[in-house]
Design a protein around this ligand. Structure first.
Ligand SMILES: Cc1cc2nc3c(=O)[nH]c(=O)nc-3n(C[C@H](O)[C@H](O)[C@H](O)COP(=O)(O)OP(=O)(O)OC[C@H]3O[C@@H](n4cnc5c(N)ncnc54)[C@H](O)[C@@H]3O)c2cc1C
Length: 336
């Protein structure tokens, strides 16, 4: 496909922000990707997956490369396990459903997360007590700028909470495929987190299968999170801040109801949604954008907002949280 000019990126980002790409190309093979990455006349490039973790604040002068690399294959299989390789442009949720259909266990709790398989390792996507790293085996990449191919195994990826080497060394590697290890039987079920257990009860499920868990997670997410096809959003806008034990004790003095999750002996995670709600932003609407009414962690575009409206709102929230609680919140979304 030739390089196109002045393409609207509105259909390519879940916030639904209408900015344009000066240069745009969709690539569907590794060879095509490699030759596009090698184009010296476009020194600045932006990789675009599902566009569900980005806030576009301006027209993009870079060459926007839409990754459309498709294909899923089983590369190793025995009686207990299977190793599956999925190309970067596969839609994450469709990949989860593919696994559910084959009874491959491990990512059922990550059902209905938007975006692509190739982006999933970057922030080590996670939900309902499970993270990508739990089933991750390796990923293949092109390193920039020399385009050498490098396979990263789990220990090299430096996975953390919404973090990895690919986030730390932003724009250094283009992930082209990801391999996972899934169970074929005796699946390790994870139903303790959130409301999965009560959702399963509502579904009258006594001995849940991975498919039941996937359905429960889909149902919870559909009831809690705004559907980006209806209201533009990028999921959780902020990471949950991790603070010291001492800082948390100080917080409790003024806010004895502050919720928390221990991270390590000296660190505590405080839900960003609680902080934002306490600061009075939950459900606040500023014309065509605002904070979602049910989920304070989600900033929304009701239609027609521009990226700077949302960026300024996110800065106002960060400033208010710092003033009220002395806690810094970091954006989870990529600001571009
Ligand atoms: C409604 C909603 C709910 C969400 N829920 C969750 C959740 O529960 N848990 C969670 O972790 N996340 C969640 N997210 C965030 C998002 O789905 C994930 O971060 C997802 O992995 C982003 O994938 P994407 O393909 O859309 O990334 P994009 O937005 O296309 O890209 C994100 C960044 O990665 C870069 N990039 C993209 N692909 C590649 C590649 N192959 N190689 C190198 N760089 C690349 C881009 O340049 C950009 O900087 C949610 C988002 C929405 C809209």
């Amino acid at each position: 496909m030739p390089i196109q000019n002045n393409i609207s990126l509105k259909p390519y980002n879940t916030f639904g922000i209408d900015v344009s790409a000066k240069y745009f190309i969709s690539v569907s093979s590794l060879n095509e990707l490699k030759s596009v990455l090698a184009l010296e006349e476009y020194p600045n490039k932006l990789i675009l997956g599902g566009g569900s973790n980005m806030l576009l604040t301006k027209n993009q002068d870079k060459l926007v490369i839409h990754l459309n690399l498709k294909g899923i294959e089983i590369i190793v299989e025995n009686d207990e396990f299977v190793i599956v390789k999925a190309n970067a442009g596969e839609n994450w949720h469709e990949f989860v459903l593919w696994c559910m259909d084959k009874n491959f266990g491990g990512i059922e709790n990550l059902s209905l997360i938007p975006g692509n398989v190739g982006t999933a390792p970057i922030q080590n996507i996670g939900a309902y007590g499970v993270e990508l790293k739990d089933t991750f085996v390796s990923c293949e990449t092109f390193a920039l700028p020399d385009l050498s191919m490098h396979t990263f195994f789990k220990s090299e990826c430096l996975f953390g909470y919404r973090d990895s080497i690919f986030k730390q060394q932003k724009d250094r590697y283009v992930i082209t495929s990801v391999s996972f290890k899934f169970t074929k039987h005796n699946h390790k079920l994870n139903i303790q987190y959130g409301t999965i257990a009560s959702e399963l009860e509502l579904m009258n499920v006594v001995n849940p299968t991975i498919q039941d868990i996937s359905k429960a997670v889909i149902s919870i997410r559909e009831s809690k999170l705004p559907n980006p096809k209806i209201i533009g959003n990028s999921g959780s806008f902020f990471k949950n801040p991790v603070i010291s034990k001492k800082q948390f004790e100080d917080l409790l003095q003024n806010f004895p109801d502050a919720p928390s999750y221990p991270v390590s002996e000296n660190e505590i995670k405080v839900p960003a949604g609680w902080l934002i709600e306490k600061a009075g932003f939950k459900g606040k609407r500023f014309g065509c954008y605002g904070v979602h009414k049910n989920q304070a962690l989600v900033l929304v575009n009701y239609g027609g907002a521009n990226g700077n409206d949302l960026l300024n709102l996110s800065k106002l929230i960060q400033k208010t949280i710092l003033r009220l609680f002395n806690i810094s919140m970091e954006a989870e979304v990529n600001i571009l």
